[in-house]
Design a protein around this ligand. Structure first.
Ligand code: PEP
Length: 251
């Protein structure tokens, strides 16, 4: 079955009002609703309102980079799923490796955020992936399975009908090292097979994105793999030219 490719840009803690304006104007000019891929961007919280005002009614979706699992309350500095929905977000990233590694989010924290995102009406993009040490120890599948199980055990398989998974090997994020198409496909197939054993329809329809130094020059080969349904792009999503090169690589 055909899963429409999604090309998603995680801007991390980058940007300014002028950068957001020119980047989004460039993306709107260089892509269309009839294009072969869906497009989404993940700006920092202060720029969500600006993104909403520029993208509302367009074919480009947007989302938050994380959320606090509480609906509201005394959580200085935090942002809830309801607030993201109020800013027009469709998506939210959960479990990005930087959140896991720098901010200590455990598998259970990630499951809590996934659940809270769906309760608020958002589509979570669940990021999973192994470190270089784990890959070299032959633990890639075990790590990815543990990260997935934490969420499946919390929310159940049916919740994945309203979610996206992003496989992002930590050693490939922001390093210029990309998993080879074969390495990525093998983990994507492992993820899909695992979900297939729980619910075939959901597993078939689920979009599994690859992330880790995706660029215009390697995107086509990655997207040609049977279980790679798009990309979660960091560095190359910060200019319209680089991001559109990835969008245009979709066959
Ligand atoms: C990311 O931030 O999720 C990512 C994949 O970054 P990069 O494309 O820069 O490796």
């Amino acid at each position: 079955m055909m899963r429409k490719i999604l090309v998603a840009g995680n801007w991390k803690m980058h940007g300014s009002k002028s950068m957001v304006r020119s980047l989004l104007d460039g993306l709107l000019a260089g892509s269309s609703a009839q294009g072969k891929a869906d497009l989404a961007v993940f700006p920092s919280f202060p720029y969500l309102s600006l993104a909403e005002s520029i993208l509302s009614g367009s074919h480009i979706q947007w989302g938050g980079q994380t959320l606090n699992p509480n609906a509201q309350g005394a959580h200085t500095g935090e942002t809830s799923g309801n607030m993201l929905v109020d800013m027009g977000c469709r998506y939210v990233l959960v479990g990005h490796s930087e959140r896991r590694a720098i901010y200590g989010e455990s598998d259970e924290d990630v499951a809590t955020r996934f659940n809270a995102a769906q309760d608020a009406g958002l589509e979570p993009v669940l990021c999973v992936g192994e470190t270089l040490e784990e890959r070299e120890a032959g633990e890639t599948e075990a790590v990815v399975e543990r990260q997935l199980d934490a969420v499946i055990n919390r929310v159940g398989i049916d919740a994945f009908s309203r979610a996206i998974i992003a496989y992002e090997p930590v050693w490939a994020i922001g390093t210029g090292l990309t998993a080879s198409p074969e390495q990525a496909q093998s983990v994507h197939a492992f993820i899909r097979d695992k979900l297939l054993s729980l619910n075939g329809i959901i597993a078939d329809q689920l979009r599994i994105l690859y992330g880790g130094s995706v660029k215009g020059s390697n995107a086509a080969e990655l997207f040609a793999q049977g279980d790679i349904d798009g990309g979660l792009v960091g560095g190359a999503s910060l200019t319209a030219e680089d991001f559109l090169a990835i969008y245009n690589a979709v066959a």
